[in-house]
Write a protein that binds this ligand. Structure first.
Ligand code: ATP
Length: 335
C-alpha cells in the first residue's frame, strides 16, 4: 500500500534537509506518494497570505505532513506560519524526543540522555495577541485554558504509560503566574492522579533549566506550556549535540505534521552544510505514525550506524561531511 504524504520543503535549509529526508524514506522501500506543497517566506511576501490555502488543503487531504522549517521574521513582518499551521489544524501536542547519539561529542557524552518533551502547541504567549497600550507600553496575552492543558497532559501521560516510561515532570512558573501557570499545573495534577503507576513531579522552569544541565540523565517525560517548551527544547538539544539532531512531531486528533526542532538556519542555507539528521528522524517518527514500524527502525538504525562510524557526519556535530555525503552514507547503511 502506498501512503499519501504532504511534503513541505520550507525555506532556508528546509529544501536541503527535506529532500535528504525524502531520499532516506524512499530508500527504506516504503511506498510514499509525495504531494509537494510550497510554503516559504518568499511566497508569503508575494501572495500576502500567511498560510496559503493550498497547504491547508493538501494536509486536509493527506492528514500527514513532513515539513521543513519556514522562516519567521524577527520583530516584525508576517506572523509565524509554523504557529499558524499548528493552530489551523489543531496540532495540539508537540512531541520532541531528545536522546544521545553514538559518537557525538558533547559536554555530557558519558551520560545516557533519553527524554521526551511534550509541549502544548496552540496557546500560551504564542496567542499572537499583542497590544500597544500607549506609545512604548506593550502587553502580550498569555492564554492558558483547561481544555488545552488537560489534553496535552493526557497525551504525555498516555505516551508514558504506553511506552513504559516511568516519570513525568511538569514545568511551570506558577509561583509568579499564579492564575495561568496555576491552571496548567492543576490540570497536570488532575491527569497525573489518573496514572498512579507513573511518578509525577513538578519543577519551576528556572530550576528545571539548571537541573537539565546538572542532571540531564534523570529526566524522562517533560510536560510544558508552549513557550517554556520551546526554550527547554533548544536547551535539551544542546545537551545531546545541537539542533541538527533533534526531531519533532506536531500531533492532533486528525492530522500529524513532522518537523525538526530547528528553524530555517539562514546562516548556513544553500551551502550544503545543514545536518539532515533531525529531519530524517522526524521522518522516522512519521513512519511509526504510518504504522511502518520496520522501515522506521531501519532508518533510525542506519542513522545511528553512520554516527557510530563517525566518518560521514556534518560540521555541526564535529565532522566534515556535506548534507548529501551524510545522506548517501545513511542510504548506504540501509542497504
Ligand atoms: P526558530 O526560532 O525559527 O525555530 P531557531 O532559533 O531554532 O529558529 P535555527 O534557525 O534553528 O534557530 O538556528 C540556530 C542555529 O543552529 C544556527 O546557527 C544554525 O546554523 C544552527 N542549526 C540549526 N539547524 C541546523 C542543522 N540542521 N544543521 C546544522 N546547524 C543547524
Amino acid at each position: 500500500m502506498s501512503h499519501l504524504v504532504t511534503l513541505i520543503p520550507g525555506d532556508g535549509i528546509g529544501p536541503e534537509v527535506s529532500s535528504a529526508a525524502r531520499r532516506a524514506v524512499d530508500a527504506t522501500g516504503v511506498k510514499i506518494e509525495w504531494e509537494i506543497s510550497e510554503l516559504n517566506a518568499d511566497l508569503i511576501f508575494k501572495t500576502g497570505e500567511s498560510l496559503p490555502q493550498s497547504v491547508v488543503d493538501s494536509l486536509e487531504r493527506t492528514r500527514v505532513g513532513l515539513k521543513g522549517p519556514v522562516t519567521t521574521p524577527i520583530g516584525g513582518g508576517f506572523s509565524s506560519v509554523n504557529v499558524a499551521l499548528r493552530k489551523k489544524l489543531d496540532l495540539y501536542a508537540n512531541v520532541r524526543p531528545v536522546h544521545s547519539l553514538p559518537g557525538v561529542a558533547t559536554r555530557f557524552q558519558d551520560l545516557k540522555i533519553d527524554m521526551v518533551i511534550f509541549r502544548e502547541n496552540t496557546e500560551d504567549l504564542y496567542s499572537g495577541l499583542e497590544h500597544e497600550v500607549v506609545k512604548d507600553v506593550v502587553t502580550a496575552l498569555k492564554v492558558i485554558t483547561r481544555t488545552a492543558s488537560i489534553r496535552i497532559a493526557e497525551y504525555a501521560f498516555q505516551f508514558a504509560a504506553s511506552t513504559g516510561r516511568k516519570k513525568v515532570t511538569a514545568i511551570h512558573k506558577a509561583n509568579i503566574m499564579k492564575l495561568s501557570d496555576g491552571l496548567f499545573l492543576r490540570c497536570c495534577r488532575e491527569v497525573a492522579a489518573r496514572f498512579p503507576a507513573i511518578q509525577y513531579n513538578e519543577l519551576i522552569v528556572d530550576n528545571a533549566a539548571m537541573q537539565l544541565v546538572v542532571r540531564p540523565e534523570t529526566f524522562d517525560v517533560l510536560l510544558l506550556p508552549n513557550l517554556y517548551g520551546d526554550i527547554v527544547s533548544d536547551l535539551a538539544a544542546g545537551l545531546v549535540g545541537g539542533l541538527g539532531i533533534v526531531p519533532g512531531a506536531n500531533m492532533g486528533d486528525y492530522h500529524a505534521v513532522f518537523e525538526a526542532v530547528h528553524g530555517s538556519a539562514p546562516d548556513i542555507a544553500g551551502k550544503g552544510l545543514a545536518n539532515p539528521t533531525a529531519m530524517m528522524m522526524s521522518a522516522a517518527l512519521m513512519l511509526i505514525h504510518l504504522k511502518e514500524h520496520a522501515a522506521a527502525a531501519r532508518l533510525q538504525a542506519a542513522i545511528e550506524r553512520v554516527y557510530a562510524e563517525n566518518k560521514h557526519v556534518t560540521g555541526d556535530v564535529g565532522g566534515k561531511a556535506s548534507t548529501s555525503q551524510f545522506t548517501e552514507a545513511v542510504i548506504a547503511a540501509m542497504a
